[in-house]
Design a protein around this ligand. Structure first.
Ligand code: NA7
Length: 538
């Protein structure tokens, strides 16, 4: 249905009602701005609203992921598990929405089709899929880094007559795997969580794996009411510790270099970390583990031993062990019995490097050596990461320049928060922002507070337009690549390096920021202290 074309007018329009959009709304409302949030989904929650697939849960410790801005919420909300599952995570988002009465300022079911800067009026105009229009002086994107799901680029996708789901667009109705023949394509963080869950009830599952990932144990456990009380009393300390670490996770990197230790000492340290929960083994490892090839090789060899010990058939273990990248150089999926799934007689692993999928058929999938029949195909094929959600909106800045064209060779931003040529556009958790490599609510709080403070500054000074200078943008982009180039991850195809064959992006760029959250925060603080250095404010 096409909505009335009367234009809605706001000081600030925010696209997206996930965690960043929700906090941005609350903050701006408290500061007295006339603000409206437009959300494509039917309710708040973003990632936790869309990714309802079985097995979906935090890889961050629940109590480190929680927002810190409201002592009242911290007092009232309790986590039941150290790594909470999607239903509870969504309930947390709903709890925030109820608590702060956020929904009254959110329009749901509004998917932005275009956003264009009107230079004469000094405003953004948003047009939504349903024809609705809105104008605002400032536009804040809160559209998430992993929110544009991609289907595989395989012939015949529409031909399959059975059930088909993408993990990132999971239906709201219950899905049963019981007794069914299920195919899963994709073995990233979502696939690994889903496969482990499906294996519990499925009739027969076939996993189609193109690139194996290095997975390490999540080690989830319940939180008793007494333990929750103790966590609550330690929140200040938890947030302080997160502020100090590179990715705002609770795990502090070991200050030693792996290669300075004896093999026995190294092994003992790896063993200890492997037995700890969450991203301990990845984020708490030796300081050289992700930047020095020799150190990374040691870490990788350790994980190979663990995989081999857990998978009974060593020919299957061979397929599950990555050969084209070292541990931790892609986003590490955390698992709870993933490798043991392949010991089940009703689970088959198909290595797509040996036998690629040729097409989807009415009954299933055809690879180069077999025809498979399924009742269900699950696409755990990921997202057009970080820039994909921007590309799906036709964003045009000064002189009608398309953001997609500007970013054709990779993102160019200032602080991952604004783009030269796109005045008054603020991109929460945007590309080249520390929030891309972060325990995300920790960095969302920083992003939202920076943006809010900047808008207050502008209001107080009677300023109407902000825009990064080209010089500041070039400098920031060069700095982002300097930080990235130190990482072994830069030598690997992944969503972090912007490679996604499903959308035709083969060339490596860099989507994230690898200088670490503390350095990023410090830079933002310096920018403010120097009167918003790098921005032109008018
Ligand atoms: P990911 O990590 O991008 O994983 C997607 C998976 O799907 C990965 O194994 C891909 O293999 C596979 N894939 C994608 N396209 C195809 C085609 N065409 N054929 C076969 N296999 C394919 O997405 P997730 O949803 O798992 O996780 C995203 C992030 O969400 C995650 O990192 C967390 O931060 C949360 P490939 O590796 O490209 O060969």
């Amino acid at each position: 249905m096409v909505k009335s074309t009367a234009i809605e007018r706001w000081e600030v329009a925010v696209i997206g009602a996930g965690l960043s959009g929700m906090y941005q709304l609350l903050k701006l409302r408290q500061l007295g701005f006339k603000v409206r949030v437009y959300e494509a989904g039917g309710d708040v929650g973003g990632t936790w609203y869309w990714n309802r697939y079985p097995g979906c849960r935090f890889d961050s410790e629940s109590w480190s992921y929680v927002f810190s801005f409201s002592p009242e919420v911290l007092r009232e909300w309790s986590w039941a598990e150290h790594f909470s599952g999607q239903p509870e995570n969504l309930r947390y988002c709903e709890f925030l929405a109820d608590k702060f009465d956020l929904r009254r300022d959110i329009t749901f079911g509004a998917r932005a089709r275009s956003a264009s800067w009107d230079d004469g009026a000094g405003e953004w105009e948003l047009i939504f899929e349903d024809g609705r229009r809105a104008r605002s002086r400032f536009l804040v994107t809160a559209i998430g880094p992993l929110s544009a799901p991609t289907m595989p680029n395989i012939a015949g996708i529409g031909d399959f007559k059975g059930e088909a789901y993408h993990t990132g667009l999971w239906p709201h109705h219950p899905v049963s795997f019981e007794g069914k023949r299920v195919a899963v394509i994709g073995t990233g963080a979502s696939g690994v969580q889903l496969i482990t869950e499906v294996a519990k009830t499925v009739g027969h599952m076939t996993v189609f794996q193109r690139t194996p990932n290095w997975c390490t144990p999540l080690r989830n456990s319940r939180i008793s009411p007494q333990e929750m009380e103790s966590i609550r009393n330690r929140y200040d300390d938890i947030f302080r510790r997160c502020r100090e670490t590179w990715g705002c996770f609770i795990h502090t990197a070991d200050h030693r270099n792996a290669m300075d230790l004896s093999p026995e000492e190294r092994e003992a340290a790896f063993e200890k970390l492997y037995n700890e929960p969450g991203f301990s083994f990845w984020q708490g490892n030796f300081r050289d583990a992700l930047i020095d090839k020799a150190a990374n090789d040691e870490m990788t060899k350790f994980v190979i031993k663990k995989i081999r010990a857990r998978v009974k058939d060593q020919r299957i273990a061979d397929k599950l062990i990555p050969t084209n990248h070292g541990y931790g150089t892609r986003r590490v999926p955390l698992e709870s019995g993933y490798y043991e799934v392949y010991n089940q007689p009703n689970v088959k692993l198909v290595d797509l490097r040996e036998t690629p999928i040729e097409r989807v058929t009415e009954k299933g999938l055809k690879t180069s050596d077999a025809d498979y029949e399924f009742d269900m195909i699950v696409y755990a094929t990921g997202f057009d990461a970080i820039t994909g959600a921007f590309d799906r909106i036709d964003i045009r800045g000064k002189g009608d320049q398309k953001l997609k064209d500007k970013w054709a060779d990779g993102p160019h931003t200032y602080l991952g928060l604004n783009i030269a040529g796109f005045p008054n556009l603020l991109t929460l958790v945007g590309p080249h922002n520390a929030a891309t490599f972060c325990n995300i609510p920790r960095c969302i709080e920083q992003n939202v507070e920076f943006v809010s403070e900047m808008l207050v500054h502008m209001r107080e000074k009677g300023l109407k337009r902000l825009e990064a200078t080209h010089e500041a943008e070039d400098e920031w982009t060069a700095h982002v690549y300097d930080t990235g180039n130190k990482l072994l991850a830069m030598q690997v195809d992944s969503w972090i390096t912007g490679v996604n064959k499903n959308v035709g992006r083969q060339k490596r760029t860099f989507m994230a920021y690898a200088g670490g959250a503390p350095k990023y925060r410090q830079k933002c603080e310096e920018v403010v202290a120097h009167g918003y250095e790098g921005f032109t404010l008018r």
